[in-house]
Design a protein. Structure first.
Length: 480
C-alpha cells in the first residue's frame, strides 16, 4: 500500500471535507467560543507515534471531530470578539484549496509566471480599492509595488531590513550593521512586532524608542517624537526607522501619519502599520482618516486576513521604491539563474521578503476580490462598523459601564466603572460561559475590555446575546 488516493477517492474525500467545513460553520453558534480543554489534554489524546500502516481518511475526520474540535478556540465563531478577526470566507477557502491543488512554488517568475503576475495585478487592485497612492503600484511609472507576506510582523521586519540597507547605501547586506548607533521609533502602543523586528535585525531592543501617546486618543504624540528625534541626534544616534500605526491593537488608535512624516522630514524610513484598519479604506468614508499622509511613507502594510474575508495568512506590504527592498534581500545562487531574471523584465518575489519559497497566496485574495466585488467588501466593512456602533450605544446605556476611548471603526474598548478587578472578572466570566470571547487591554494603566467585530457571520442577535451574558456576568461580580 502506498497511501496515495486514487482520483475517485480524492473526489469522495474532498466532498467529505467540504461537507465537514459547511457542517462546522452551521454548528458554530452552539459551540463554546473559547476552548475548555486543559493544558496537555489534546496531546494526551493522540498516539505517541505515527501509524505504521496507512489509515483511511475517514478516521482522520473522526478524530478531528473527537479530539481537535473540542480543543479549538473558534476564530470563525460569530461571537469571537477577542483580538482582531482572522477572517475566512467560502471564496477564500476555495481559492486556498486551488492554490494547494496547484502546488506551485513561486519563488521566481520562471517557476510560476502566473503566480507572480496574478499577485502583481491583485495587490494593485487592492491598493487602488483602498486609495493607496499611485507610487505604491506595480502598474504606475516608477519602482513601487506590493507583495503578499504571511503576516504584518514579517512585513515590518522586511521593511526594517530595507531601511538598514538604504541607510548604509546598500552596504549592509555584505558588510553588516557596522558601528552605527541606530534608533527605531514607534508609539508606546505600537505592535510588539516592531521590537521583535529590531531584535531579529541585530539592532537590539534597546534601540527602540517608545513614544508617548495622547492620553485621550492613544495616538502618538508627534511633539514627543520630535523631541526624542532631536535628543537622539544630539546624543550621536542615527534615526533609522519610524513606524506610524493606523489602528493600534490595544484601542484602534490612528497616528497622524502626515504630522509624523513632517516631524521625521526624511531623517528616517517611515513605515505605516495598518494591519487591521487599513482595509477599511475600501470604504470612501474612512479613507481620509486612514490614508492621510500615507503618500509620504516609504512602506505600508495591511492584512486582508484580518477584516477582509481572506483566509490566514495574507498580509500585503507595499513600497514606494522596490529597488531598496530587493537591494537588501537579493541573492542569486547559480541554480536560480535564468533568462527571465537576467532580462530585468520580471519580478522575482523571492527578493521581496526573507524566505525563498512562497505559496500562491494571491489566488485566495483574487477569489475574494472577484466574488465579493468592492461593493460586497464595502458592505462587509460597514456591517462591522455598524454593529460596533450598536455595542457603543449599549455600553453608554448601562451606567455600570463606561467607554474608555472613542470607538475606532469596529473596535469598542470599555470597562466597568467599579474598577480593574470587576472589569476583568466580568470578562473572564463571559469567556468561561462559552457565549462569547472578549480580550482585554490596559489604557493609561487601567484594565479594559476589547470587543472587535469582524466576522461575516456576526449579526445584531449575536451582539444582543453577548451583551446580555456580559450584563449577567457583571451582576454576578457586582452583586446585584
Amino acid at each position: 500500500m502506498t497511501g496515495h488516493m486514487t482520483p475517485e477517492e480524492f473526489r469522495r474525500q474532498g466532498h467529505a471535507v467540504i461537507d465537514w467545513i459547511a457542517d462546522y460553520w452551521e454548528s458554530l453558534d452552539e459551540l463554546p467560543v473559547l476552548s475548555r480543554v486543559a493544558p496537555g489534554e489534546v496531546r494526551r489524546a493522540l498516539p505517541a507515534a505515527a501509524p505504521e500502516h496507512p489509515e483511511p481518511f475517514d478516521s482522520l475526520l473522526a478524530d478531528v471531530d473527537a479530539i481537535v474540535v473540542p480543543g479549538l478556540t473558534h476564530w470563525q465563531h460569530p461571537r469571537f470578539f477577542a483580538y482582531f478577526p482572522a477572517n475566512s470566507s467560502p471564496a477564500a477557502i476555495l481559492g486556498d484549496l486551488l492554490s494547494s491543488g496547484i502546488g506551485a512554488q513561486g519563488m521566481i517568475w520562471a517557476t510560476g509566471p502566473a503566480v507572480t503576475e496574478v499577485e502583481q495585478v491583485v495587490v494593485d487592485w487592492l491598493a487602488r480599492a483602498m486609495g493607496l497612492p499611485e507610487q505604491f503600484l506595480h502598474a504606475a511609472p516608477g519602482r513601487g509595488g506590493g507583495v503578499i507576506h504571511d503576516t504584518a510582523s514579517t512585513a515590518t521586519f522586511t521593511a526594517l531590513v530595507a531601511a538598514i540597507s538604504a541607510a548604509t547605501g546598500g552596504r549592509s547586506p555584505e558588510q553588516g550593521l557596522g558601528s552605527h548607533r541606530w534608533t527605531v521609533y514607534g508609539s508606546t502602543q505600537a505592535h510588539s512586532s516592531l521590537v521583535k523586528a529590531a531584535m531579529m535585525a541585530g539592532l537590539g531592543s534597546d534601540c527602540v524608542r517608545g513614544i508617548q501617546v495622547d492620553p485621550r486618543t492613544q495616538a502618538m504624540d508627534v511633539r514627543a517624537l520630535e523631541r526624542q528625534l532631536a535628543d537622539d541626534v544630539d546624543d550621536g544616534f542615527q534615526p533609522l526607522f519610524v513606524q506610524a500605526a493606523v489602528g493600534t491593537t490595544s484601542t484602534g488608535a490612528v497616528d497622524d501619519v502626515e504630522e509624523i512624516a513632517m516631524a521625521v522630514d526624511g531623517l528616517a524610513w517611515l513605515h505605516v502599520d495598518a494591519a487591521w484598519a487599513g482595509v477599511a479604506a475600501v470604504c470612501p468614508e474612512h479613507r481620509d482618516r486612514l490614508m492621510r499622509g500615507v503618500h509620504l511613507a516609504r512602506s505600508f502594510v495591511t492584512n486582508p486576513h484580518k477584516w477582509l474575508l481572506t483566509t490566514f495568512d495574507c498580509s500585503v506590504l507595499w513600497v514606494r521604491d522596490s529597488a531598496l527592498l530587493t537591494g537588501a534581500l537579493s541573492i542569486t545562487p547559480e541554480y536560480l539563474r535564468n533568462a527571465a531574471t537576467e532580462s530585468g523584465e520580471v519580478v522575482d518575489y523571492r527578493d521581496w521578503h526573507p524566505q525563498l519559497g512562497r505559496r500562491f497566496r494571491a489566488l485566495k485574495l483574487w477569489a475574494v476580490l472577484r466574488t465579493y466585488g468592492l461593493e460586497g467588501l464595502r458592505a462587509h466593512i460597514r456591517d462591522g462598523v455598524a454593529l460596533a456602533a450598536y455595542v457603543e450605544e449599549l455600553v453608554a446605556s448601562d451606567d455600570r459601564f463606561e467607554l474608555v476611548t472613542d470607538r475606532s471603526l469596529s473596535l469598542v474598548v470599555f470597562r466597568l466603572r467599579a474598577g480593574d478587578d470587576a472589569t476583568l472578572a466580568a470578562m473572564e466570566a463571559l469567556n468561561a460561559s462559552g457565549v462569547a470571547y472578549l480580550s482585554h487591554t490596559r489604557v493609561e494603566g487601567r484594565a479594559a475590555m476589547r470587543l472587535a467585530v469582524g466576522s461575516w457571520r456576526t449579526t445584531r442577535a449575536d451582539v444582543d446575546r453577548t451583551w446580555a451574558a456580559l450584563q449577567e456576568a457583571a451582576e454576578g461580580v457586582l452583586g446585584g
